[in-house]
Design a protein around this ligand. Structure first.
Ligand SMILES: O=C(O)CCC(=O)C(=O)O
Ligand SMILES: [Fe+2]
Length: 301
């Protein structure tokens, strides 16, 4: 048995990190409207400011305690200026370098916070074969063997709620992408309720497949799949038919967001190989993330 399979961590174990902006705590963990969230944050920050005056040196802490780390995506997680796009088909688009450096760091840290024992699994497909990827789901529970049928993980626990920042990032990416399609190649909007978190390390890959476990309504409407890449680059294969000789290839690099919806919603796709050790050095430094590639796939079931 892989020694990481029962307690798989994304970062080196002794490292902690934070993502406070302008001295304020920013908290993405609840799917609540942003006005309510702002109120909550104001309240938390006010309490923490009061605390600081009376701090004793023995329990002095650099970060405000009892608050989950993270930040809201809108202002900090998106490289609006820097990203460029590649249209790959009807409803299929690659937003290069869309997620900012801070966004990538925060997303690694948030995923790391979810790495409780048993969260990451090396799953088995419908034919009983082990996949070459570590996987966990957020929001709705999903497993390649059973789809969405079981709301709980194998140990009976519920998956963590989908962080609000992830939802907003996916929606912001779709909004940017929609500007590039006309009515014939329409890319619908969606509100993700699930996120598959994949981590590929040495030898990691994902065979050719379609994402088709979502509801018939979601598939019929072509609600997009939003796939975020962080860490080492990967070669992504895709095509409209299951023919390995007719696939197109693209490189997905850290910060890229790939969207496929509309007429491309049911493309065959997979990860052919990971360029291990080629993640941006500052990202590795800031997160202490292990060698490999983190992928977050957001969908509306
Ligand atoms: O890692 C990727 O980029 C693709 C992931 C994927 O296709 C999936 O989880 O269904
Ligand atoms: Fe997929």
């Amino acid at each position: 048995m892989n020694r990481f399979s029962c307690f798989y961590r994304l970062v080196k174990p002794t490292v902690v990190s934070s993502s406070i902006r302008d001295g304020r705590i920013l908290k993405p963990y609840h799917t609540v409207p942003s006005a309510a969230l702002d109120e909550e944050l104001k309240h938390i920050n006010a309490l923490s400011d009061d605390d600081e005056s009376g701090s004793e040196s023995f329990n002095f802490s650099l970060v405000k305690t009892n608050v989950v780390r993270g930040c809201l995506s809108d202002n900090y997680w998106v490289n609006k200026e820097a990203s460029n796009i590649q249209i790959l088909g009807s409803g299929m688009i690659l937003l290069k370098n869309f997620v900012s450096f801070i966004g990538q760091v925060d997303m690694v840290n948030i995923c790391q916070d979810f790495c409780v024992p048993g969260a990451f699994k090396v799953p088995t497909n419908r034919y009983g074969c082990k996949l070459r990827v570590h996987m966990m789901s957020l929001g709705r529970n999903w497993d390649p063997g059973t789809g969405y049928t079981n709301p709980c993980r194998r140990d009976g626990s519920e998956p963590p709620r989908l962080p609000f920042g992830f939802v907003r990032l996916a929606q912001t990416a779709i909004e940017s992408a929609q500007d590039h399609f006309d009515d014939d190649h329409h890319l619908p909007s969606m509100t993700p309720d699930t996120c598959i978190v994949n981590f590929y390390t040495s030898g990691g890959r994902l065979g050719l497949h379609q994402d088709c476990d979502e509801s018939s309504d979601s598939l019929r409407r072509g609600l997009p799949v939003v796939s975020i890449s962080i860490g080492d680059p990967a070669e992504f294969w895709y095509g409209h038919i299951r023919d390995e000789d007719k696939l197109s290839k693209i490189l997905l690099e850290s910060g890229d967001v790939l969207i496929f919806g509309g007429k491309s919603r049911l493309i065959f796709h997979g990860i052919n190989k990971i360029d291990l050790g080629r993640a941006p050095e500052p990202l590795r430094h800031a997160t202490m993330m292990r060698l490999g590639r983190l992928n977050l796939t957001l969908k509306q079931v």
